[in-house]
Design a protein around this ligand. Structure first.
Ligand code: F1X
Ligand code: MN
Length: 446
């Protein structure tokens, strides 16, 4: 018998034929796997040059494992245990048991029958396994090409953004609190819309930012379904440091990153603004410890992006790059990864399953969660009514005041006004998944 969790709606799943989850597993994931196989194959000569015959053997073996994975997925085979003995292997295998208990013993956990969040995360972990089991190429990032390409293709937008930041800095001393809050609100929205540029929703197709991100803001405003940016601002203002020494701003803002490419630049620009205008003293960036959901940021992407920005042939862009490198050197900015970010858990499990990470997040004054996957994990990727409060969907998760900056690319959205969801459905039936809409959704733990 399946275990029923009382009061909590079921997980989104591909078992609903025709749903977005179903179409993702049927169409998008096999396309992503095919591209991964193709990428490894195209790099054959590099592997040969770097590792000789062993490199070629590794290429063949990795492709064989990935083809097997694609076949398991497409024929809805049971999900199997990981065998690579990495730091998180046991935890993944335990989670499989947990899913089996929740699902009951009638049917095995499988791609089209089990929670979408779980099986989609599992696919990326299996890609990691296929590469890791072939040592000479175990550090190869199968998504690197797409991530770097999306950075280069957004160059004009990046330059515009860095010039905008330079202008705000020039007049920083003369800014009234209202003007400062106005700049903050713009940069927060730019970081929000940066989330349109992910490569998982487009199955690896170019999805870079081509128009001016600042000019686009006014036209995008009506598409922000929940806008709690005012409360985010007051959180930054109601500082723990205020009163002590007359300083304003908070001690630490954490940004749980999502995608590399243009989105990462928008996050870095926001973080730069927070530090340079004294709104925050430190920024902790949280990223992934292996390639994830095609475009997500790893430590390598983070540092590469800073280096590329420094090397740009554009005065204000390279100036920002050097500033960012200084922040890292001085410790104002730091990059952190933790295996929990590349696990399939809903965030309400974090306190029990990754207590060290939960404790670290509790030290933040504000946590910004970027992107759709983080929203799915915040809300458990469940079929909540749209009017359910965000606090209810978080199910006890709340290490610190937090805000989700997310464009909608999955069928989960809470915290809407009565009737708002129905209105949207009649106007634009795919509003929850087409990436046109967004939320800036805040929660303060009590
Ligand atoms: O977290 P991100 O980068 O905003 O989005 C990742 C994402 O595109 O991947 C899935 C589709 O494969 C969607 O659920 C989700 O929207
Ligand atoms: Mn992503």
């Amino acid at each position: 018998m399946a275990a029923v969790q009382s009061g909590v709606p079921p997980s989104l799943s591909a078992k609903v034929t025709g749903s977005f989850a179903y179409l993702t597993i049927r169409d998008r994931l096999p396309t992503i796997l095919t591209k991964v196989i193709d990428t490894i194959h195209r790099n054959k000569n590099t592997f040969l040059e770097e590792h000789g015959e062993e490199g070629i053997e590794a290429e063949k073996q990795a492709i064989a494992l990935l083809s097997k994975l694609r076949n398991e997925l497409q024929t809805d085979k049971p999900v199997i245990e990981l065998t690579d003995g990495l730091e998180d292997t046991d935890s993944w295998n335990e989670y499989l048991q947990r899913q089996q208990r929740l699902q009951g013993d009638q049917e095995p956990v499988s791609w089209f029958k089990s929670p979408w969040l779980y099986v989609e995360c599992y696919m990326y972990r299996r890609i990691q396994e296929a590469v890791h089991l072939n040592p000479p190429i175990s550090n190869f990032d199968v998504f690197n090409e797409g991530k770097t390409q999306s950075f280069y293709e957004s160059q004009k937008a990046v330059m515009t953004l860095c010039t905008f930041l330079e202008d705000t800095q020039k007049n920083a001393e003369k800014l009234s609190p209202d003007q400062l809050s106005e700049h903050f609100s713009k940069l927060l929205q730019i970081s929000l819309w940066g989330n349109k540029c992910d490569l998982s929703i487009s199955a690896g197709q170019d999805n870079s930012q081509k128009i001016s991100p600042i000019d686009a803001l006014a036209g995008l405003q009506p598409y922000i379904l929940v806008n709690d940016s005012g409360v985010v601002w007051s959180t930054l203002m109601s500082s723990r440091r205020a009163g002590e020494s007359g300083e304003s701003g908070v001690d630490r803002v954490d940004i749980v990153l999502d995608n590399a490419g243009f989105e990462l630049v928008t996050d870095l620009v926001l973080a730069d603004f927070l530090v340079s205008s004294g709104l925050a003293r430190k920024i902790y960036f949280h990223g992934k410890s292996f390639p994830w959901f095609v475009s997500d940021v790893t430590a390598n992407d983070f540092h590469w992006t800073i280096r590329q920005t420094m090397a740009a042939n554009h005065k204000w862009m390279s100036k920002r790059g050097f500033q960012w490198q200084n922040y890292v050197k001085e410790g104002a900015w730091s990059y952190h990864d933790h295996p929990f970010w590349t696990q399939p858990h809903e965030f309400c499990d974090m306190a029990a399953d990754a207590p060290d990470l939960y404790a670290r997040l509790q030290q933040a004054d504000l946590i910004l969660f970027k992107g759709d996957l983080n929203y799915r994990k915040l809300t458990g990727d469940r079929t909540w009514e749209h009017t359910v409060a965000f606090s209810t969907a978080l199910r006890g998760f709340g290490p610190a005041p937090l805000c989700s900056l997310r464009t909608l690319k999955a069928n989960v959205q809470v915290g809407l006004q009565p009737g708002q969801g129905d209105k949207l459905t009649s106007k634009d039936p795919t509003w929850m998944t087409n990436g046109k809409y967004a939320v800036i959704q805040f929660y303060r733990p009590v």
